[in-house]
Unconditional design. Structure first.
Length: 119
């Protein structure tokens, strides 16, 4: 009976993650608010990271966490850039946010997919 319960929890978690990614993407497309997509992507990556850590996959959990934070930084940086282009004043520098976001996503993906070492 425990296997059925964990299977149901896994299915629900997957549905929530897909919902986060799809809702964030659709919301960003419709409203052009990239920050909301970044928050939704961060939420989805966080759920996946927690699941990986629970299963004892620490490297995968760290990779997912870094990727989620990177997507958030990228969306804020790109959002700031598009706001500045429209004439809005902003206190956040866009280029460093985009660079840091890209770097975090790259490092996170290397941890997820990299051929070196194990957990």
């Amino acid at each position: 009976m425990g296997g059925t319960r964990s299977g149901l929890v896994g299915t629900i978690a997957r549905a929530v993650v897909v919902g986060c990614f799809v809702a964030g993407g659709v919301f960003a497309l419709v409203t052009r608010q990239l920050v909301f997509a970044g928050v939704a992507f961060l939420a989805g990556h966080t759920i996946l990271a927690v699941a990986a850590v629970i299963q004892g996959q620490r490297r995968r959990g760290v990779g997912l966490s870094l990727s989620g934070i990177g997507w958030l930084a990228l969306s804020i940086g790109l959002g700031v850039g598009s706001g500045t282009a429209a004439g809005a004043e902003t206190a956040l520098p866009e280029t460093p946010l985009v660079a840091v976001g890209f770097g975090l996503v790259a490092v996170g993906m290397m941890l997820l997919l990299g051929p070196f070492g194990g957990d």
